[in-house]
Design a protein around this ligand. Sequence first.
Ligand code: SF4
Length: 1009
Amino acid sequence: MASRDHSGRARDDSGPGRYAQDLSRRGSDPTAGKGSDIDLDAISARVSAARTETEARGETFYQGPSGIHLAAFPPKERWDDWAELDSRAWPDRKERRYLLVPTTCFNCESACGLLAYVDRESLRVRKFEGNPEHPGSRGRNCAKGPATLNQVTDPDRILYPMRRTGARGAGGWERISWDEALDALAARIRAAITERRQNEIMVHIGRPGEDGFTERVLASWGVDGHNSHTNVCSSGGRTGYQFWMGADRPSPDHANAKVIYLISAHLEAGHYFNPHAQRIMQARANGAKVIVLDTRLSNTATHADHWLSPVPGSEAAINLAVARHLIETQRYDREFVRRWWNWAEYLQACHPGRPTTFEAFEEILAGLYAEFTFEFAAQESGIDAGVLVEVAEIVAGAGTRFSAHVWRSAAAGNLGGWQVPRTLFLISALLGAVATPGGVFPNGLNKFVPRPIHIPPHPEVWQELTWPLEYPLAQNEMSFLLPHFLAEGRGRLDTYFMRVYNPVWTNPDGLSWMEVLTDEAKIGCTVALTPTWNESAYFADYILPMGHGSERHDTHSYEQYDGQWVGFRQPVLRAARERLGEEITDTRQVNPGEVWEENEFWIELSWRVDPDGSLGIRRYHESRARPGEKLTVDEYYGWMFENSVPGLPDRAAAEGLTPLQWMRRYGAFEITSGQGAMYEQQVPDAELDDVAVTATGRVYTSAPGPLSMNVVPMGAPEPDADGRRAVGVDVDRTVRRGFPTPSGRLEFYSSTLAAWGWPEHALPGYIRSHVHPANLAADQVVLLSTFRLPTQIHTRSANAKWLDELAHTNPVWVHPADAARLGIARTGELLRVETDIGYFVAKAWITEGIRPGVVACSHHMGRWRLDGQPRGAGGMMATVGLRRGDAGWTMRRRGAVAPYESADPDSRRIWWSDTGVHQNLTFPVHPDPISGMHCWHQAVRVRPADPGDQHGDIAVDTTRSREIYRAWLRLTRPAGPESPGAMRRPRWLMRPLKPAPGSYRIPDPARTP
Ligand code: SF4
């Protein structure tokens, strides 16, 4: 489409890629610019013309894996020398030439591909755009991807290692060398290990952003010190899936679905946000129906064909009403249920008097969910029964092309939230929509974690601060209870690392965190591995600056469609300079200041912990090619790509590259696509030796299994009493692979839940939430606090100025009917929101986008620093004063965000001052007694603020928060000597870092000295 630019010259509106291709080919200077109209016919015509032209030259026309024509992306053949006009030089036409280097975004868990545009002249990154070679993100990004540039150039970032001076948290810092920091930490860790105080070392991880490196380091130290953020994030979602299929994550094939059923805001911020969002929209374009359950009118809800705004916590009741409808109308996949559900085990355990026949099971199934009528679900959810019928009919028509997903949202908000995914997967399992095109896959089929060069043994210790007896079935570490456990004297930490993690701000009950972080008797040394200051780093003893997504190495793979891929995050300047012939041996040589990357840091630290190799640690960080020398990241990833990623060596060789060179050049490799129903695979005879088969068809063998290159964490069924390994399951006299569950089948009935104290929840069911209307006082409403904003992500994105300008505050959503009832006259008015342990003061946003009786507030905002601490994130962090009195803590703003002088002139242009409120500080802990998930929803009282209240005020009574912790602790059913095998936890359940089998046994007090 031709148009005119401001000077009246004709321009080509086909997009910057097309323009640049022309420029590169002709060496001419056509005018750049994007048109405001998209003329698909014209683009299509140009694609055909380009194809004809290319093929006429005898070259192959390359469209790329993104399926988008390269008019949208620079072709990979030209990534060594890509030319564009410099937008800053406008109206002059100044040409700039770039090396395009791939890496991976680190701003959420999706790991989308990025392409860094490295200026060949200055060797600086000018911008980040999408990597069209990345099979998950296919060249697309959300706003947070390109904003990586802001993080790299952030004037407030930390450039050098620092050590605190004065009291912890008082704000005194001195710059130190890496050697000083490494030697001090290595000495502490070595002492803890040699004095058998291994449990005093802990690495607490926020966003992992990688697969397995940190776990490997801790295992090499013999330390059970992995702690994660997962129980404040996704444990509720994972638990329901894990009990069904032995895989803790679903992989919905949205792109091929006929019906998409979402319980989360997937199109704006959900799990695998951009990769899933683009596939949901692709399906919609092909006619798929989208059903969204979200109490709030999210962006996702606005794209739904059916938006249901349920009473929070009632989602499982809706799922069960849909399931009941499928059962009652006999529109379930009978053959799938017969072959793949563990109904026989259920009958034997719960109906021993009945014959173990499928017909007997169907008779029982027909009545199992009788109470979950549409009327009951309507009563619980507040959704009209007629609407539920309509939705159930659409679901029934989906057949095996039913993709469904819940991750955080209701699963993370409610007591018993883990039953939301369990009941949601019940629908998938009834429809037989498991690992079918358009269905839901277990993540293990769509994720690939390559085997690393060295695999240390499982640690011989058990960390009770993260895996306490009270929570034997917790999906992940009970991370958010750490302050309470330390306060109770359950243990002490000598050295505590916080890595991409900000517990004071992210977790509930942050002031209890502050109390223990400032208590050196409880935590001897705190270390923040972080690119930026944050509320917890202010309480560290050492600040160790780590790189952003374009300044570090990681590998990762996520289940985003029916395929397996491996992505490679890399320091782009290192890769660029190596491409230009330089030798780089340490990522600090290319990063700003003395910013490092974790992998080289962990290798170096491990060497200093065990300098002579006498502890047996060093060997896991030694070169194989050069014995006795340090492992390098080049060798680590080079070995992995050469030996553990099927197909990559051949692909690389075809281009005359080593696998590492190939990954440095393209950033991601698709191993396979179209996996299909792997559980149906027949087990080869070679694997069937000395076979034993249980009454319900689980097959065990003495034959060794093939060595899998894919070490994705999944359920690990126990061997039988004779030590044979579980190899498959007998389905109609054929041994098939099945699922990694104890029974080998999909577990409609969980013998694990039954045996570990929860028989009443062994089937998919409905647990009334702690915020169920029956549990609310007359003057209370529910606060939804779990939703994300599309352009911010927890702590990391506050150091991106573009994102801060887009989103910087978090008003409380209030329905007009509630506003009238509560006496809130207008949007912007101050509210007091009272929780069980205190209150926060925020602004009201009166909107019909929220259900009456419910209020909502995004958790991304309210960043703060104490007076006297470094600025941190100038565009987002207000300065606050914090006081402790008889009634607890109070926090008040002393200085709002305002323009400031820095190396970035844009910091003088900050026009906003409202940066929201830190609501999480006012939430007590709510650990679900089964999944261990923190149940985020709060029962609150909302009223107009008091005359003296100010926006952002916080008050918290941590004594009260301890009482609430104890009340929730009383809901648990702890493991004990009477637990199966006298173990702390079922061994088949996942743990990010599994200790050795002997560590699972509960010590016998009679035999413990
Ligand atoms: S969805 Fe956005 S923030 Fe997340 S990895 Fe992709 S580009 Fe980055």
